[in-house]
Design a protein around this ligand. Structure first.
Ligand code: FMN
Length: 341
């Protein structure tokens, strides 16, 4: 069983993560995979409470569940079980899958964030329904808005405000720049982060990329670019955690991953336009605009549509860098840093 289970990890790491930090570590023991958050890959500026980190773990978890079912295995998930010495998601596999995930499984390597402009074609109602039905978690609500509906204008306004706030914040720009891999060499040595090609930029040396990001890229220009990208799309989807805690953040990742794998299986592209969810005061206003209950949080905002072309794939670190030796734990200072966050 252990080798069958270990063979699932390459699918888990294909999951999306904020700034492609890939903030996960895994252990494999007999029929069990444990997924640990990696505190060295936090994003303290854009994600100070780590909700995006736990969403990313949820995406990796869902890929595991989908890949396991394809191998005939059912997955039982324990969220942060109390008997574990470290905070983790524990997944126990057993013979006998209870669902057919073939289409989703085939979509794992196809899914990618596509930040280009789309062709404006509408996604039909039945494909939209399939994507919404793919949400496996009652703990997460997914709301859909057609870009052609004038009622979405306030949401586009929140995206614009979020974009401007972020690009006016030197700490946000510095953190973003630290995760952009400007040259092909940086991509191949680091194998994480935002590869220039996946962002639609040419490969340039770091000093030049740094200069472009801090001098040429202007908040208004970025906001206008995102505005155009949204208007070329067909739909916006907002993922709402019904409670604002780690377990629900993981569930947002699970829901998001199922929805975008379903989209990918239908040749529908997606990209994040997350800015209003990342800037707290704007997130609060978005929640009010959506009429959410107290405590409910809009945590992800994505656009969907038909891309004009695929983007180059984003890199992933080799598997041996994300699988821990059995018994190896995080260092005390790593853990302390994480608990304080
Ligand atoms: C929680 C979360 C937040 C994200 N936020 C953004 C974002 O604000 N802007 C963006 O362009 N991409 C965002 N992404 C997409 C990641 O940058 C992307 O998944 C990563 O670079 C890997 O690329 P891939 O999705 O093509 O595999 C986010 C992804 C996750 C899971």
């Amino acid at each position: 069983m252990e080798s069958l289970v270990e063979a699932l990890i390459p699918y888990a790491v294909r999951a999306p993560s904020g700034h492609n930090t890939q903030p996960w570590q895994f252990t494999v023991e007999q029929d069990t995979i444990r997924i640990y958050p990696d505190p060295s890959r936090r994003l303290p500026v854009v994600d100070p409470d780590d909700h995006a980190l736990f969403i990313s773990l949820g995406c990796a978890l869902e890929n595991l569940v989908v890949a396991a079912a394809q191998q005939g295995l059912a997955a039982r998930i324990d969220y942060f079980p109390s008997g574990e010495p470290e905070e983790c998601l524990r997944v126990r596999f057993s013979e006998g899958a209870d669902e057919d995930t073939n289409a989703l499984f085939q979509a794992i390597p196809q899914r990618q964030s596509n930040r280009g402009t789309y062709d404006g074609k509408a996604i039909n109602d039945s494909d939209l329904a399939r994507m919404l039905e793919a949400n496996p978690c009652d703990s997460v609500a997914v709301r859909a808005f057609r870009v052609s509906d004038p009622k979405i204008e306030p949401i586009i306004g929140f995206v614009r405000e979020g974009n401007i706030a972020q690009f006016n914040d030197p700490a946000f720009v510095a953190e973003l720049v630290s995760w952009i891999r400007f040259s092909r060499r940086e991509v191949s040595t680091r194998q994480d982060g935002l590869a220039a090609a996946a962002l639609g930029f040419p490969s340039v040396p770091r000093w030049l990329g740094n200069w472009i990001m801090t001098t040429l890229v202007k908040p208004d220009g970025e906001a206008a670019r995102q505005d155009k990208a949204i208007r070329s799309s067909s739909l916006l989807l907002i993922f709402i955690a019904r409670v604002n805690d780690k377990r629900h953040w993981v569930d947002v990742g699970r829901s998001f991953e199922r929805v975008v794998l379903t989209a990918a299986s239908l040749d529908i592209a997606h990209a994040h336009v997350n800015m209003p969810c990342e800037v707290e005061p704007i997130r609060r206003r978005l929640a009010t605009h959506l009429g959410l209950e107290p405590g409910e949080q809009p945590l992800l905002l994505i656009r969907l549509g038909y891309a004009r072309k695929r983007m180059p794939p984003s890199p992933r670190r080799p598997i041996d860098q994300v699988i821990r030796e059995r018994g190896a734990a995080m260092t005390g200072s790593d853990l302390e840093e994480f608990r304080c966050a």
